[in-house]
Design a protein around this ligand. Structure first.
Ligand code: ATP
Ligand code: MG
Length: 195
């Protein structure tokens, strides 16, 4: 499951858990993006902070892990590189790529979109506010899965922190504490959405 995870929240974790159970996956690997090419409009928090928050959030689940593949690769993050790196590190694994309805809608605009479907089976999950649709992606390359609806976004979490509003129970406790400790999102521009 790729994402900016700025910060990781319970919407990500519920989606990952649901897909893990539904497809009986051995492992769900969270892959925080390096330099996100589609998020040019706002400053993204340092990769190391996003990586550590994702580690904190997933530490208690034996089936969850976090990969540094994207943050350790120079340059902007492209999912085709992510999948090729994961394939190289796990040559015998069958790969699935979990993505929310909003990100799935953009998939055809991703670099080397036609290659992606040979590298992994895509799983689109429901997300409040977006319509889940297979966008005529190649036959058999995408599964659509309904997951418990959590209307949480990282954008809203960042805005809440900037306004002094609580993010308890939207993100794991350790992530609330990490945000405070590192003083993340304190003086950002409200409503600076990124997709
Ligand atoms: P931002 O508001 O900064 O874009 P985000 O909440 O969309 O943050 P991302 O890191 O962009 O989080 O998302 C990573 C992946 O998780 C994407 O595929 C996204 O669609 C999915 N996702 C994010 N939030 C949810 C949610 N509440 N329910 C289901 N899927 C989600
Ligand atoms: Mg997003």
């Amino acid at each position: 499951m790729g994402g900016t995870f700025d910060p990781v929240h319970h919407g990500h974790l519920v989606a990952a858990s649901e897909v893990q159970a539904r497809f009986d996956l051995d492992e769900v690997i969270f892959v925080p993006t390096g330099e996100p090419w589609q998020k040019g409009a706002r400053e993204v928090s340092p990769a190391e902070d996003r990586y550590l928050m994702t580690v904190i959030a997933t530490a208690s689940n034996p089936r969850f892990s976090v990969s540094r593949a994207d943050i350790d690769r120079d340059g902007p993050t492209y999912t085709v590189d992510t999948l090729q790196d994961l394939r190289a590190s796990r040559p015998d694994a069958e790969l699935f790529f979990i993505t929310g309805a909003d990100a799935l809608a953009q998939i055809l605009s991703w670099r080397d979109a036609e290659k992606l479907f040979g590298l992994a089976h895509f799983i689109g999950v429901t997300r409040p506010g977006y319509t889940l649709d297979d966008h005529h992606l190649p036959d058999g390359s995408v599964s659509l899965v309904e997951v418990p609806a959590l209307a949480i976004s990282s954008t809203a979490c960042r805005d809440r922190v900037a306004l002094g509003e609580p993010v308890w129970y939207l993100v794991p406790d350790g992530v609330v504490q990490y945000i405070q400790k590192r003083n993340l999102y304190a003086d950002r521009t409200i409503g600076c959405r990124s997709e």
